[in-house]
Design a protein around this ligand. Structure first.
Ligand code: ATP
Ligand code: MG
Length: 411
């Protein structure tokens, strides 16, 4: 048992000792049955939130109204949720009311998919009223109860179905697929932030294409925020979706999605902002996408290449090259050789930023006899480039001499 599993077990033991029921549930049971290490642990119990809080010294009232308390046990966060059922769902995104219930099976019945509705007690006994284990063996995503109703209650479950199919490499049950078709218009009610959270988990999957495929085949884009607001309809994929599976970097996956959706290069930022991604991510992904479209990779001119690497950094250029390689359908060998060449150029440079120079702005301005100003940055950048390209050595005397020359031509 690893550290997190042990912490979860201690939480369950404490609940049981106080006379409550406690079960692991959801993703952690699913992953364990699949032989994978769970990322985090969810516990479900008949103890009420106040009772949970009183049993443990360190708790956070994460979603107390919905019955969720985070217990901090040996620095591990274990989510403990009171058995509950949910009713209402008039807005297709969250229940109007949460009602605490006393039986495990009622709690399992509110869960989205059979494979997520399996519970396990401390002794390893499994409670699986909806056939989750069978679906795990058959590798199928199936809703608990009628899919049409479950998707109408919470439209995010449709996106989750695609995401889980990508993550677990499972297929969608026929009934799930039919309901997805019937209820797809409800996707429009979802807040884009919740969908983007799913995208981020989707990009961690081994085969994102398994889910992506349905976006096109069932024409979900027309209903899914933010795509539904885009001025042009999404055309059929211009490259095989499996190319997305061949990369792991999430920013490359985002930029391939932009490419598949024919986002105009100059508008990448505003389209990405529509997903409510953090602005730093918007900038980074847009840069990768724009470079991938604008640059002629692989670069052959090492001087020009090194200058660009210096200006933009190795990471975005590598990601852009990977994106370009997937768009262009390069062989693995071509891609690896070109990436290796970029790395070699970068490593060959004696310095990568002005901070690594053997002279700083103060020393330079003293030698030149001019007060520091915007010229300092300009000259330091030129010196960095000259050193990086091997034109002058990274020695103070040489840098000052070249610096003086640059200042004269600068003024
Ligand atoms: P992962 O952590 O790999 O994303 P997970 O199954 O743990 O997978 P969570 O989003 O963490 O997914 O949710 C935990 C559990 O809560 C799920 O396994 C499922 O039982 C239930 N659940 C989560 N979201 C919903 C939903 N929208 N509708 C119904 N049940 C849900
Ligand atoms: Mg989880």
């Amino acid at each position: 048992m690893n550290h997190s599993a042990r912490a979860c077990d201690q939480v369950m033991a404490r609940l049981e000792a106080a006379g409550y029921q406690a079960y692991q549930v959801g993703g952690c049971v699913r992953d364990r049955l699949l032989g994978k290490e769970p990322e985090d642990y969810d516990v479900t119990t008949d103890a009420r939130p106040e009772q949970i809080q009183s049993l443990f010294p360190k708790t956070v009232a994460t979603g107390i109204a919905h019955g969720t308390v985070t217990v901090l046990q040996d620095r591990v966060a274990v989510e403990v949720t009171t058995f509950r059922k949910e009713t209402g769902y008039s807005d297709h995104r969250r229940p109007d009311q949460v009602i605490f219930v006393s039986h495990l099976n009622q709690d399992l019945a509110r869960r989205d998919f059979t494979i997520n509705a399996i519970a396990m007690d401390r002794r390893g006994n499994i409670f699986d009223p909806f056939g989750g284990r069978k679906d795990l063996t058959e590798k199928v995503i199936r809703t608990v109860g009628p899919a049409t109703d479950r998707f109408a209650e919470d439209a995010l479950r449709m996106v989750r179905a695609l995401r889980f199919s990508a993550q677990l490499k499972f297929r969608l049950a026929e009934s799930t697929l039919t309901a997805l078709c019937q209820q797809k218009t409800l996707l429009q009610y979802l807040p884009v932030e919740r969908i983007t959270q799913e995208w981020e988990k989707w990009w961690k999957a081994e085969e994102p294409s398994r889910g992506l495929q349905w976006l096109w085949e069932l024409d979900l884009f027309a209903h899914l925020p933010p795509f539904l607001n885009w001025p042009q309809p999404i055309p059929p994929p211009s490259i095989p979706l499996q190319r997305v599976d061949q990369v792991r970097d999430r920013r490359v996956r985002w930029s391939l999605l932009l490419y598949l959706c024919r986002v105009p290069s100059e508008e990448a930022k505003s389209y990405l902002a529509g997903f409510r991604l953090p602005s730093k991510e918007v900038r980074k992904i847009a840069l990768i996408y724009q470079l991938a479209l604008a640059e002629r990779f692989p670069w052959t001119d090492s001087t020009a290449g090194k200058k660009k690497l210096l200006r933009m950094g190795l990471e975005p250029v590598q990601a852009a090259l990977t994106t370009a390689s997937k768009i262009g359908g390069w062989s693995r060998r071509e891609e690896e050789t070109s990436l290796a060449e970029l790395c070699k150029w970068y490593q060959e440079m004696p310095v990568h930023s002005s901070r690594e120079l053997a002279v700083n702005g103060r020393q330079l301005s003293k030698a030149v006899g001019r007060t520091p100003g915007p010229w300092t940055g300009r000259v330091l950048r030129s010196l960095t480039e000259a050193v990086a390209l091997g034109e002058i050595p990274n020695r103070q005397d040489a840098l000052i001499q070249e610096g003086c020359r640059l200042v004269q031509s600068d003024s």
